[in-house]
Write a protein that binds this ligand. Structure first.
Ligand code: GTP
Ligand code: MG
Length: 313
């Protein structure tokens, strides 16, 4: 059986191989072949500060979804940033017990230094899981920067996880995270300060609710005791229902596809530029003249762009 057939049948080895192929950028032709089999999975992003309990939550949510006979793909995005290194790693929940279940596929993505590449590789991996017939794709990211904002782009529902003891540094971060949240989770409900955080968040989210018509729920969970998980899964399902009912799911997915096409066009142009048009030494000579103020960067850029357009006709 071809790898594509095995992948579409949901074979775990084929999924792993295909993700490696797209991750290492060896074969993007595979994306072309699988694309028409995608668009069915529901994407849920789970993001928040290091150690907030995201993996524990993903575990608990997955168990609920398994009971509903759903197939689940999990992607744990690990930017291997200083935030997640060291001591935290030792404490980290690994999702190995789940990985053995036939309806679950777990993959962790590491950055190897290139953050832009990480977001892209994650989106491509999600496409592979979608083609493999997953009902849900859960993407765990650490909420510390641009990557998860990029990844939030592919998620239909974004769950932001905070904990009472997050502290001041997290306060600052919350601003960016609040904007992408569809559902807020205050985890570690067994710790002090939960109620206060819930109240703070309610206040912050009221304004957004008036604009979008979606009552941003703030859920309290204790992931380690499996408390609040049922309600969280229901909230995700309600959000999905809301998106379908209001036509937002289609609208949002279309605007993401538009963005994707733009990205790809830009990529192609850049590649074209690098490969076939500008020979580096010519450019270096031009820069020499720009440096001497015999030419301006504006004029050079305009001339090159014009020639590029002409040559591609
Ligand atoms: N007390 C308490 N501890 C929790 C709860 N949820 C998770 N933890 C603990 O918090 C620690 C971190 O949990 P993880 O699930 O690994 O957190 P994470 O957000 O995935 O961490 P990173 O992926 O490293 O950012 C673990 O020791 C968990 O057992 C909770 O509700 N209450
Ligand atoms: Mg984790």
């Amino acid at each position: 059986m071809s790898i594509l057939k095995s992948l579409l049948a949901g074979d775990k080895r084929a999924i792993a191989q295909t993700i490696s192929m797209v991750e290492n950028d060896i074969d993007t032709a595979i994306l072309e072949r699988i694309f028409r089999h995608t668009g069915r999975a529901y994407h849920v992003g789970i993001t928040g500060p290091p150690g907030a309990g995201k993996s524990t939550l993903v575990n608990a949510i997955s168990k609920r979804l398994l009971k509903k006979n759903k197939k689940i793909g999990i992607i744990a995005v690990d930017p291997t940033s200083p935030f997640s290194g060291g001591a935290l790693l030792g404490d980290r929940v690994r999702m190995t017990d789940l990985a053995l279940h036939e309806n679950i596929f777990i993959r962790s993505m590491a950055s190897r230094g290139s953050l832009g590449g990480l977001a892209q590789a994650t989106k491509d991996a999600a496409l592979v899981l979608d083609a493999a017939g997953m009902d849900y794709i859960l993407i765990e990211t650490i909420g510390v920067g641009q990557v998860e904002l990029d990844i939030a782009e592919v998620c239909d529902t974004t769950v932001v996880v905070l904990v009472p003891e997050s502290g001041d540094s997290i306060q600052a971060m919350k601003a960016g995270l609040l904007e992408i949240a569809d559902i807020m989770v205050v985890n570690k409900g067994d710790r002090e300060g939960c109620e206060r955080l819930v109240t703070e968040l309610k206040f912050a989210l009221e304004m957004r609710e008036q604009k979008s018509g979606w009552p941003y729920p703030i859920m309290k969970t204790t992931a380690t005791k499996d408390e609040g998980i049922e309600e969280l899964v229901s909230a995700v399902e309600s959000h999905a229902g809301h998106l379908v009912k209001t036509g937002s799911l289609e609208k949002e997915r279309k605007s993401k596809l538009l963005l994707r096409v733009h990205e790809l066009i830009e990529q192609k142009i850049r590649l074209h530029l690098r490969e076939s048009f500008i020979r580096e030494n010519e450019l270096v000579k031009l820069v020499d003249r720009i440096y001497k103020r015999q030419l301006s960067p504006y004029r050079v850029a305009e001339r090159i762009t014009k020639e590029l357009v002409r040559s591609s006709r």
